[in-house]
Ligand binder design. Structure first.
Ligand code: NAP
Length: 247
């Protein structure tokens, strides 16, 4: 198993892509921290699924947009498993509206979680990751950060922001041999995609060369590779997992 001795914090792991990542990392032998904001029942279901398969996990509530809660999460992680060695910045939200209808509040809500959360989690766990033997930072962006998307000016801005962030942090972590990479998924079958009207989903599928939406496992497999020693010479990269969409 590639991830034995690793402690992986996955933000937003109660549902969707984060859940798939948590289960996959645990199956490779990692101790996994299932972070959630409000879906407590679902987060404990993920822990149960991991433990039933012989893995090790805890659920920790923290709103990534609140740095005090992220610091409290770090204490719980350290007490349970020792310092984190892998951080997967996955938690994200959408508040979709045509730009001319978007309020400053809509803009700020998405910034606070999707970029504020990245700042909070990365800064709180930075030293743990760089002190680790195989430290890893993995940021979950989106093809929308590459292509833009109607009604998602706030979300697309946060997801593009992760490209510059990842490349910069990769430089700043390199001295310690820790790596920072970014996964940019295409459209993935989760609750987030459910918010997109059916007629829009049909149009999106026509733009995907492989002709289907991604499954959560398509993304989790890439994250597992990036978390493992197999990717130790890769850093500062943006990896599209999008069924062949151009950008
Ligand atoms: P999802 O099904 O809506 O799940 C979002 C997860 O994030 C939930 O576990 C939620 O927990 C958590 N979360 C939201 N706000 C949080 C906060 N402030 N603090 C802590 N956790 C929070 O979303 P998803 O589709 O799996 O997306 C996961 C990531 O992949 C996001 O960054 C998204 O932008 C990206 N992505 C998604 C797609 C797609 O098509 N689905 C495509 C490309 C990229 P609670 O339920 O407890 O709030």
């Amino acid at each position: 198993m590639d991830l034995e001795h690793q402690t992986c914090v996955v933000t937003g792991a109660s549902r969707g892509i984060g859940r798939g990542i948590a289960v996959e990392l645990a199956s490779e032998g990692a101790n996994v921290v299932v972070n959630y904001r409000s879906s407590e029942g679902e987060a404990y279901d993920v822990v149960e699924e991991i433990e039933e398969a012989g893995g090790s996990a805890i659920a920790v509530q923290a709103d990534v947009a609140n740095i005090d809660e992220v610091e409290a999460m770090r204490k719980k992680v350290t007490n349970a498993f020792g310092p984190a060695t892998v951080l997967v910045n996955n938690a994200g939200i959408t508040v979709d509206k045509k730009f001319t209808n978007m309020t400053r509040e809509d803009w700020d809500r998405v910034m606070d979680v999707n970029l504020g959360g990245i700042f909070n989690c990365t800064s709180v766990f930075f030293d743990d990751i760089t002190d680790a033997k195989d430290g890893r930072l993995i940021n979950i962006s989106s093809v929308v950060g590459q292509q833009g998307n109607y009604g998602q000016a706030n979300y697309a801005t946060t997801k593009s922001g992760l490209f510059g962030f990842t490349r910069t942090i990769a430089l700043e972590m390199a001295r310690s041999r820790a790596t920072a990479n970014c996964v940019a998924p295409g459209f993935v079958k989760t609750d987030m995609l459910e918010t997109v009207p059916d007629r829009v989903q049909e149009k999106i599928i026509q733009r995907i060369p492989l002709g289907r939406f991604a499954e959560v496992d398509d993304i989790a497999g890439m994250v597992s590779f990036l978390a493992s020693p197999k990717s130790s010479y890769m850093t500062g990269q943006i990896l599209g997992v999008n069924g062949g969409m151009e950008w």
